[in-house]
Ligand binder design. Structure first.
Ligand code: HEC
Ligand code: HEC
Length: 389
């Protein structure tokens, strides 16, 4: 992202702020023991004494102060936004002294009192409520001093996929990795943000099918920002050491980077998948089409020089070879290439974007190999593959 882009993005974040962060219910169970317990202790008695005159089962207001604590909990959850307590219905209605409209003699709590109750509810239980609606990794507390945007550097976070909730079989020796940097610090009315890039799944036992990758900050998820574009795909088994550790070849799953808002000074990050499961290996059914449409591009654009292999059996070098060795049979190179293609949006595939849009400092393809015919050929290859399934 160039600096101008970044300024535009910061302006956008500044304007939208936390206003966007509300629709996260998919990742929260509607009932949750620790949340209910904290509500029963910290909020329910307060609502009973301060609000029940109008918010009991007979109204006139909605029933967040009913005697039945579970029922009150269910109603109250709809009226609180833990991402932005001051903008919660509860706090807004206390701030407006809305009870005066209904009873001019009524007195109510202060905004501070209301907010304290809600904060206690969160910190004493609601924050530990299990996630639902997906497969979720354990959270990783972000290390202090993440590299800044200005430094151009990133740190890699890695999760052990054998510890997903709920657990999935055959994920021993499977990892998810992503790079992170601090996109901007909070201040001057701007919300802090992180930038993520190069998501990868490494798997040692079996090919894995994934669908929908989301980044959760403090267990929460904003559908507008934290979703990786690439909807689904299959990751092939990587190289294993004799001890079973994955040595390399984690195909990059997306060539996009993602800017995600910071939520607190001590954020933790977890990853949620809509689906992640063992799959039959990715396999090209139209290796002939790959040889006709894609291999010639690799030859003309000198991909083999760095990635190894090809007709001249190049040596390759360093990271290029480690992350994506092209020194393999046509059939294998075809499936490894397919793993780096986004079938739903071919032109945002890593295989195209890295060299032809010089993403992430990848060396540019030579000008003698223009991007648009390449895009067309890749699309034709994918179409032939799809037709063969
Ligand atoms: C004197 C009566 C009265 C008291 C006391 C009162 N409310 Fe209300 N409240 C109402 C009425 C009536 C409504 C529904 C009409 C409206 O929206 O103004 C309402 C609506 C609300 C709403 C909006 C609910 C929704 O779904 O739109 C919230 C939130 C709320 N009250 C919170 C509280 C809290 C918290 C307290 C106690 C600290 C409280 N109220 C005390 C009468 C009262
Ligand atoms: C001058 C050397 C060089 C050339 C030529 C080159 N690459 Fe790369 N490529 C690299 C390096 C270095 C990386 C590792 C980038 C990184 O740090 O993620 C890489 C990474 C990639 C990746 C990401 C692999 C992954 O899974 O992480 C793809 C896809 C890729 N290259 C495709 C190509 C294609 C297609 C060509 C030819 C059009 C090509 N490259 C030509 C050096 C090169």
């Amino acid at each position: 992202m160039n600096p101008l882009h970044r300024l535009a993005m910061i302006a956008l974040l500044g304007v939208s702020g936390f206003g966007l962060l509300g629709a996260n219910s998919k990742y929260w169970s509607p009932t949750c023991a620790t949340g209910l317990q904290a509500f029963a202790k910290e909020v329910h008695p307060f609502l009973r004494t301060r609000c029940a005159s109008c918010h009991d089962s007979i109204g006139p207001g909605p029933g967040h102060a009913v005697q039945d604590v579970e029922e009150a909990y269910g109603i109250a959850k709809e009226l609180v936004n833990f991402d932005d307590l001051p903008e919660s219905m509860f706090v807004r209605r206390v701030r407006s002294h809305h009870w005066l409209e209904h009873d001019p003699k009524a007195t109510g709590p202060t905004v501070e009192e209301m907010q304290q109750r809600l904060e206690a509810w969160w910190s004493q239980g609601e924050k530990d409520c299990p996630l639902s609606g997906g497969l979720v990794t354990e959270p990783i507390a972000l290390p202090m001093g993440l590299p800044s945007f200005e430094s151009g550097k990133f740190t890699t976070l890695r999760w052990d996929l054998s510890r997903l909730t709920p657990s999935v079989p055959n994920l021993q020796n499977a990892y998810f990795e992503i790079e992170i940097q601090k996109f901007n610090e909070p201040g001057n009315g701007i919300t802090g943000a992180y930038r993520f890039r190069k998501p990868r799944i490494g798997t040692g036992l079996t090919s894995l099918r994934f669908k929908g990758i989301r980044i959760l900050v403090n267990h929460r998820f904003n559908p507008l920002e934290n979703t990786y574009m690439r909807a689904s795909g299959v990751v092939p088994v990587g190289l294993l050491s004799p001890q079973g550790a994955i040595l390399g070849e984690f195909p990059v799953l997306s060539a996009e980077s993602l800017v995600v808002l910071q939520r607190s000074e001590n954020d933790s990050i977890s990853i949620a998948f809509d689906e992640l499961k063992a799959s039959t290996p990715i396999q090209c059914n139209r290796v002939d089409e790959f040889e006709r449409k894609v291999l010639p591009i690799f030859v003309k654009a000198n991909c083999f020089e760095c990635h190894g292999g090809g007709p001249a059996n190049m040596q390759g070098s360093g990271l290029a070879k480690e992350l994506f060795s092209m020194n393999r049979s046509s059939a294998e190179l075809c499936s490894q290439s397919l793993a780096r293609m986004d079938r739903s949006v071919p032109e945002s595939s890593a295989l195209f974007v890295y060299p032809f849009r010089t993403r992430f400092e990848h060396p540019a393809a030579p000008t003698s190999v223009p991007a648009s015919p390449v895009k067309r050929q890749l699309t034709e290859w994918l179409k032939a593959e799809a037709g063969a399934h």
